[in-house]
Ligand binder design. Structure first.
Ligand code: 5GP
Length: 189
């Protein structure tokens, strides 16, 4: 059986990454499975432990770091919390021919590429930072302070977009889904 692949997806929050990834997982005929990351941040309302993230204490996280449980882990820029990918989420699935999808930041991407140089990497973004600002404003969930903080973090992440194999401009969700599926199918050949 051919070994599976690692697929990495990054991009600023508000770019619609999570919805895009969910749609790609539903629609693709490839054996894609989402890796569930560990984080030290508290769960948001509606988030489920073990499904959205594994929510760990700081102590548990640092113990995991010390004993080599993580394929990669970082304090993600602008969040003030640790995030990491467990080796156990990736290795067995790849050996079983599955494709493991990681939604991680740029530091994580660079680290995972060292172990899996044939990983396929995507940066998902709206067409401009102005569009991102508009989306966040329209959502109405941000205070002026949290809006400017989010945009600052997004601008930082934006600078790394040329480190990825593919950029997906997510202005039209259906087109973005189709584009990602096409690229993944091509990389399976
Ligand atoms: P949020 O707290 O909004 O769920 O996620 C913030 C950011 O953390 C995501 O956009 C993603 O880039 C990053 N992230 C999530 N999980 C991981 C992980 O396992 N490793 C790394 N390096 N970054 C992650």
């Amino acid at each position: 059986m051919p070994k599976g692949k690692v697929v990495i997806i990054s991009g600023p929050s508000g770019a619609g990454k999570t919805t895009l990834v969910r749609r790609v997982l539903e629609a693709s005929t490839l054996p894609l499975e989402l890796s569930v990351s560990v984080t030290t941040r508290p769960a948001r309302p509606g988030e489920v432990d073990g499904k959205d993230y594994h929510f760990w204490t700081d102590d548990a996280f640092q113990a995991g770091r010390a004993n080599g449980s993580f394929l990669e882990c970082f304090e993600v820029f602008g969040r003030g919390y640790w995030y990491g990918t467990l080796r156990s989420e990736v290795a067995d699935r790849m050996n079983a021919g599955r494709w493991v999808v990681l939604e991680i930041d740029v530091q994580g991407m660079q680290e995972v590429l060292k172990a899996h140089p044939d990983a396929v990497t995507f940066f998902v973004r709206p067409d401009s930072l102005d569009t991102l600002r508009q989306r966040l404003e329209d959502r109405g969930t941000e205070t002026p302070e949290s809006l400017s903080r989010r945009l600052e973090v997004a601008a930082h992440e934006w600078n790394f977009r040329d480190k990825y194999h593919y950029e997906i401009i997510n202005n039209n969700l259906d087109e973005a889904v189709a584009q990602m599926i096409r690229i993944l199918s091509e990389s399976a050949e």
